[in-house]
Ligand binder design. Structure first.
Ligand SMILES: Nc1ncnc2c1ncn2[C@@H]1O[C@H](COP(=O)(O)OP(=O)(O)OP(=O)(O)O)[C@@H](O)[C@H]1O
Ligand SMILES: [Mg+2]
Length: 315
């Protein structure tokens, strides 16, 4: 609704993991390089972890774009609340391997033969599992078994396991140590620094068609960084709501007053940059993670109701 007012073609702060908007920091570049290197050199197993909302799925979507452009067969599992048969069914269907049997050993045999064919043709195949912190231990065990699909010299299937930081904790469990031992490469996403947050916001505005006119005051950008702790999803939510507020007030530039009001609405604390970072796993840290999840759900609901009202408007 504010697009024309700010001379934008698209909504710059969508919470979808749209790879067109990917902002490359040093950490993101390193993570992407680690993933592509792991796959190209057939390392077999790569782990990507990071705090909630720091861009794991966006990065994976970029990786998927690259793999599809190279015509590498991929299976992308994003619903991790599956049991073993559902997991195997979904994987086979996404790889496009015809499979009419329910027997696990038959399914794995079909997969193995299909991977061998790919290998003989000089190709590999990539299985990406997102939200892996929610996977049941039995499914993780199945994934471990799949890392055994190999020739004498090469891994036939490349597996990328993606998850929030809880996944790292999970992999430390004694029953999953065999899986942990197979992890040859680890990549991470991180919150943005102040300078990165500023450039991130400018880049999203530019991609959405901004002509470079100032929309956020310098101080407002600093406030957004403090309230969001540099977590891109929260940056997007704050920016989106700032633009809506500014539009409602018919203000062409967002100042700190608007940012403060939006942060109050979302109950976001002022995480002052001068404060030392919280040690991992303090109760406050978990509160922040919960708050992010709540905000994310709220944003989805807002989007849905916006979509519904647009539909109603069209009828
Ligand atoms: N590097 C980035 N470049 C552009 N946008 C980003 C980046 N990182 C995150 N975002 C944006 O932040 C939002 C959240 O990103 P994403 O869904 O990828 O995070 P996530 O780490 O997968 O979160 P979760 O832990 O909840 O699965 C999305 O709107 C996404 O576009
Ligand atoms: Mg994600």
């Amino acid at each position: 609704m504010y697009k024309d007012f700010f001379h934008l073609r698209a909504n710059p702060f969508n919470v979808n993991p749209d790879p067109r908007y990917l902002f490359l920091t040093r950490h993101t570049e390193e993570a992407l390089a680690c993933l592509t290197y792991g796959i190209q050199s057939r390392k077999g197993f790569v782990l990507l972890t990071g705090e909630v909302g720091t861009g794991k799925t966006t990065l994976i979507n970029k990786l998927l774009e690259w793999l599809r452009a190279q015509q590498v067969p991929t299976a992308f599992i994003f619903n991790s609340r599956m049991n073993v048969p559902q997991f195997l069914d979904y994987m086979m269907a996404d790889f496009g391997i015809p499979c009419d049997t329910r027997s696990k050993s038959q399914i794995l045999l079909k997969l193995y033969n299909w991977l061998l064919e790919r290998y003989r043709a000089g190709e590999t195949a990539v299985l990406i599992v997102d939200e892996a912190q929610n996977l049941a231990d039995e499914v993780l065990e199945e994934i471990r078994m799949m890392t055994n699909l190999e020739t004498f010299t090469e891994k036939l299937l490349q597996i990328v396991l993606v998850g929030q930081t809880e996944l790292e904790q999970k992999l430390k469990q004694p029953n999953l140590r065999q899986l942990r031992q197979r992890l040859t490469l680890r990549a991470k996403t991180h919150p943005l620094t102040l300078d990165e947050t500023k450039s991130y916001i400018q880049q999203r505005l530019r991609i959405a068609g901004s002509n470079g006119q100032q929309i956020f005051e310098g101080d407002a950008l600093g406030a957004i960084h403090r309230y969001s702790s540099g977590i891109p999803r929260v940056v997007n939510l704050i920016c989106e709501h700032c633009l809506v507020s500014a539009f409602v007030d018919q203000q062409k530039v967002v100042g700190t007053g608007i940012v403060d009001a939006v942060a109050r609405d979302f109950d976001l604390g002022d995480n002052h940059a001068a404060m030392p970072p919280l040690p991992p796993q303090t109760p406050d840290k978990f509160d922040l993670v919960d708050a992010l999840k709540t905000i994310s759900n709220l944003a989805e609901r807002l989007k849905e109701s916006e979509r519904d009202s647009t539909k109603e408007g069209k009828l």
